[in-house]
Design a protein around this ligand. Structure first.
Ligand SMILES: *[C@@H]1O[C@H](CO)[C@@H](O)[C@H](O)[C@H]1NC(C)=O
Ligand SMILES: *[C@@H]1O[C@H](CO)[C@@H](O)[C@H](O)[C@H]1NC(C)=O
Length: 521
């Protein structure tokens, strides 16, 4: 009996790993980034690990298992809000993708510097703490990745976007601009010639920006604030695992390497109860509810007035109720069927059967949640990847895109009518929802498994792709092509020489013959 007990105990020991020390670095002062990061880190703590998280926000409901420590980058969010006061996000969609790159460079450098120079982070850097794994949010703050080497942990990256050309080269997955649309261009999955041309040119521009501008700047920041920091170039080629916030239910499938693991939807928790007043409001909406939210970065109270009026007029004449995430106490001209909420429990609202349509900015979190709960969308994309997500929803037949500059009362009315009256949108989104839920284990379990896998296999170097050890000209076979070209060239010259030599010999012979004949004559 005792031996059986010991045997069982040992089975338990080998099935998992001891509590690991895991550091999460999610410094972006944007609620959606924090939301994803904390969902991942909490999942790891719930699995029994000892988790430390660096981010601008304190944890809302701390995990019940494992241990949890927050390192809060205070002042970061306030700084960013101060900066954003001058930048109107609603007009940013008129910017070119190129100026978005410049904007992201600037955001990245400022966030990296503020994080590394923060007194609490400096204290951690100068402590003797070690971590088994360091998970860094892979966005535009590459200079934070050398922290993994500093704390002697394996480097795991988390990307809040699907696979794209900023990620591929880090793990050695080739990017082909023929069918990998650039995130910022919002191109369709099947591109025509001109789309492929602009995609290729933008890809090259974007890579040059990273290699010649962004990475050197980020490298300099990590050298400045991390003692004996390893060169970013080496760190960038030494990623153990890349977790992707995507899933085939949301995006066109693309080639992935074994170390690239899709965990899209992992942040979705089983629906909690709605607050009583909202539950009543939704239950009683027999004609249905339109839910409208532009996410956490785009404040609806900064909507241009004419757009706001268009929305109010379109909403005021509908028979459905409208639930609007609005950050002020009052909304001038608020129609009686519109209810406002400064903060609304989005997942629980989308889960309610009376919600007919979601008017969204098309952010990836909102898109994932709407697909999970099977609610069709009208997407009004404004920034970054929203255009791409919105086009994806339109192509998959569960949404209609309404570009922000084209937002008028008439267009919104006709798109809402179409989505609500035509059953195809709901059917398509529910089919996608079933695909999203059809998984061996939950995406959060997948994430925990893979992080533990990296620890169990000491960095999982066996997953490393040989591409990472090649120079770019070797990867594109330029050396081989040059060699073949040179050999062919030499061969051609030799051939030419030989032919002219043989010809000359022949004509010489004939000449001598004719000479001889001439002489004998
Ligand atoms: C809680 O953590 C312990 C290790 O500290 C682990 O063995 C256990 O499985 C965890 N519980 C859950 C519910 O994950
Ligand atoms: C690369 O990663 C491995 C495994 O995590 C680690 O042992 C090694 O120190 C890292 N090397 C560099 C140069 O970052």
């Amino acid at each position: 009996m005792k031996s059986v007990f010991i045997f069982m105990f040992c089975l338990l020991c080998t099935s998992g790993i001891d509590a690991a020390r895991i550091l999460g670095v999610f410094p972006m002062p944007a609620p959606s980034h924090y939301f994803l990061g904390s969902a991942l880190m909490k999942g790891l703590a719930e699995a029994g690990h000892d988790v430390t998280m660096i981010s601008p926000f304190p944890v809302k409901d701390p995990p019940k298992n494992g241990s949890w420590r927050d390192i809060i980058l205070d002042g970061m969010m306030e700084d960013m809000e101060e900066k954003f006061k001058k930048i109107d996000l609603f007009t940013m969609q008129q910017q070119s993708a190129f100026s978005t790159i410049l904007f992201l460079n600037f955001m990245g450098q400022s966030t990296t510097e503020k994080t590394l120079s923060h007194p609490k982070v400096q204290e951690l850097i100068h402590s003797n703490e070690k971590f088994d794994v360091v998970i860094v949010s892979q966005f535009v703050t590459d200079g934070l990745k050398p922290l993994a080497n500093h704390f002697q942990g394996h480097l795991v990256l988390f990307s809040n976007t699907a696979v794209n050309s900023w990620l591929n080269h880090l793990v050695g997955n080739p990017t082909l601009p023929s069918f990998h649309p650039e995130v910022l261009l919002g191109l369709p999955k099947r591109m025509n010639f001109f789309e492929r041309l602009s995609n290729t040119l933008f890809y090259v521009l974007q890579r040059l920006n990273l290699e010649l501008w962004a990475y050197p700047k980020q490298n300099a920041l990590s050298k400045k604030y991390i003692p004996n920091a390893v060169d970013l170039d080496l760190v960038n080629r030494n990623v153990s695992l890349l977790l992707l916030n995507s899933h085939t239910s949301l995006f066109n499938p693309q080639p992935l390497l074994p170390c690239m693991v899709e965990i899209g939807g992992f942040h979705i928790s089983p629906s909690k109860k709605l607050p009583q007043d909202l539950q009543k409001y939704l239950d009683e909406a027999k004609q249905g509810v339109i839910y409208f939210s532009m996410g956490s970065n785009l404040k609806s109270n900064r909507l241009p007035v004419e757009k706001r009026d268009a929305l109010l007029k379109a909403f005021g004449k509908r028979k459905e109720k409208v639930l609007w995430k609005w950050e002020d106490d009052t909304l001038p001209g608020q129609p009686p069927n519109v209810k406002l909420g400064k903060w609304l429990p989005q997942q629980e609202i989308l889960a309610h059967p009376n919600v007919k349509v979601f008017i969204t900015h098309g952010g990836l979190l909102s898109t994932t949640e709407t697909v999970y709960h099977g609610v069709p969308i009208v997407a009004i994309p404004v920034l970054g990847d929203q255009q791409m997500n919105a086009r994806g929803a339109e192509q998959a037949g569960y949404g209609i895109v309404l570009p922000f500059p084209e937002l008028t009362e008439e267009k919104l009315t006709s798109y809402l009518d179409e989505i609500i009256s035509n059953p195809k949108y709901r059917k398509n989104v529910q089919a996608r929802s079933r695909i999203m839920k059809d998984r061996e284990v939950t995406p959060l379990q997948t994430a925990v498994y893979w992080v533990e896998y990296v620890i169990r296999h000491n960095g999982a170097e066996h997953l490393r792709v040989a591409y990472l050890d090649l120079a770019w000209y070797q990867f594109y076979l330029l050396d081989v092509i040059t060699f073949i070209a040179v050999v062919l060239f030499i061969a051609l010259i030799l051939l030419k020489k030989t032919i002219s030599y043989v010809c000359r010999r022949k004509s010489d012979k004939t000449n001598t013959k004719t000479d001889k004949t001439k002489k004998t004559n």
